[in-house]
Ligand binder design. Structure first.
Ligand SMILES: *[C@@H]1O[C@H](CO)[C@@H](O)[C@H](O)[C@H]1NC(C)=O
Ligand SMILES: [Zn+2]
Length: 393
């Protein structure tokens, strides 16, 4: 080999290595196939606003410290225990005085549900984190908060149960050594946060009670020595917050340059689900910034929501909230009209499929979703049957 050729070869190898490094994060991310997207289940009768097993129990007033709140908390926990027994549940409790509590402490309970891959050490697992708040606003009296955020909670519940069996399949394959191509230390967690709403007027102290407590706790909770991630907080690979979803024709803005690529994944899945006729809602695109380059994403200071205490501590955020400059929030926002009857159910169901698709793609479940469809249907029936028994008591 001549020296010129050799140095050319060397050059070429360096170039390839460079390209590989540049591309590798993207290359680890494999799109779901059309076949898999077509298989993703839509919510069924369990999203009925009157007697659906998943959604209807969420559609009641659930102000922290009241009976309605405890009933919804119980609903979330029993759904996970019954339908998703392999998920770990943790309740993270805190108390706080509020401007209206007359000096008394109000309890706040965050629900944390986690599925870690087998045999990975705690502290080495990065967690895709899906988030919505389950409390409702004190005023106007009787406020239901269907888009805020009963429906987003239901969407996440649908995604959890829709990928659960595929996670089993993937991790079983991984254990048999067939999965060397997978990221072995990627898990998923769901946060149903409490106390998002202000009791009186929104201030830094009167809002985000649950999120502030959890972010602070996790920031100081150290993982075991030598872990990949120092704290529980740094184990969060991406914090995807859903809020104010369930009205027709939402528009979702991209807020953060560093996670614009993940926002674009959502936008791309939305487009593909539409083209496969998996969406029933009108065809105006929701993820309106998808074709923008990340440099075009203008930080807007952000909207006050549960992500803020996490953002402030360096967590990567995608904020999926129906909001656009000039348009603002959905019409029903913080009014008595934000109830089950005003949900656009096609849109709610489409969202549920999209959230499922995003989680499945992130967790690399493409090959395993097809195999697990029938098992899932059976488990749903069991949950509905269980619930029937309960209401009969
Ligand atoms: C947190 O609060 C819930 C509900 O009030 C309670 O059942 C649970 O035992 C508490 N957990 C801890 C760790 O204190
Ligand atoms: Zn609200």
């Amino acid at each position: 080999m001549s020296t010129v050729l050799r140095s050319l070869c060397g050059y070429f190898i360096l170039l390839c290595l460079g390209l590989l490094l540049l591309l590798s994060p993207g290359q680890a991310y494999e799109e779901l196939s059309d076949e898999t997207l077509k298989l993703l289940p839509r919510p069924s009768h369990d999203f009925d606003i009157h007697d659906g097993a998943i959604l209807s129990p969420l559609l009641q007033t659930r102000v922290p410290g009241t009976a309605g709140h405890d009933a919804v908390l119980e609903h979330l926990v029993s759904f996970i225990r019954t339908t998703l027994p392999k998920w770990d549940i943790e309740l993270q409790n805190s108390t706080s005085k509020t401007p209206l509590s007359n000096g008394k402490d109000v309890p706040f309970v965050n629900v944390i549900a986690t599925r870690d891959p087998p045999r990975a050490s705690v502290g080495d697992v990065e967690l895709l984190t899906l988030v919505a708040h389950y409390d409702s606003k004190l005023t106007p009296e009787g406020f239901i908060g269907a888009i805020d955020s009963a429906a987003p909670c239901a969407m996440i519940m649908h995604a959890m149960r829709s990928i659960d069996a595929a996670l089993d399949k993937k991790w079983a394959a991984m254990e048999k050594g067939m999965g060397s191509t997978f990221d072995e230390e990627v898990g998923i967690q769901v946060l149903f946060l409490d106390g998002e709403e202000a009791f009186d007027h929104w201030t830094d102290e009167d809002s985000l009670y649950g999120a502030r407590s959890l972010a602070e706790t996790w920031d100081s909770q150290m993982n075991p020595a030598m872990s990949t991630f120092k704290t529980k907080l740094s184990s969060i690979s991406l914090f995807v917050l859903l809020d104010l979803l369930g009205s027709k024709n939402p528009s979702i803005v991209s807020f953060y340059q560093t996670t614009h690529w993940a926002y674009q994944r959502l936008g791309s899945l939305e487009r593909r689900l539409r083209s496969l006729n998996k969406f029933k809602a009108p065809s105006d695109p929701w993820f309106i910034d998808t074709s923008k380059d990340f440099r075009q994403i203008v930080p807007m200071g952000g909207i006050q929501d549960d992500h803020i205490p996490f953002l402030a501590r360096g967590v990567e955020i995608v904020h999926v909230i129906d909001f656009a400059p000039f348009k603002g929030f959905p019409e029903v926002w913080h009014t008595m009209d934000d109830d089950g009857e005003h949900l656009d159910m096609d849109t709610v169901e489409d969202w549920s499929v999209l959230v499922t698709a995003f989680a499945a793609e992130w967790m690399e479940l493409g090959d395993f979703l097809a195999q697990s469809e029938s098992g899932k249907a059976r488990r749903d029936e069991v949950f509905e049957a269980d619930l029937d028994k309960k209401t009969e008591l």
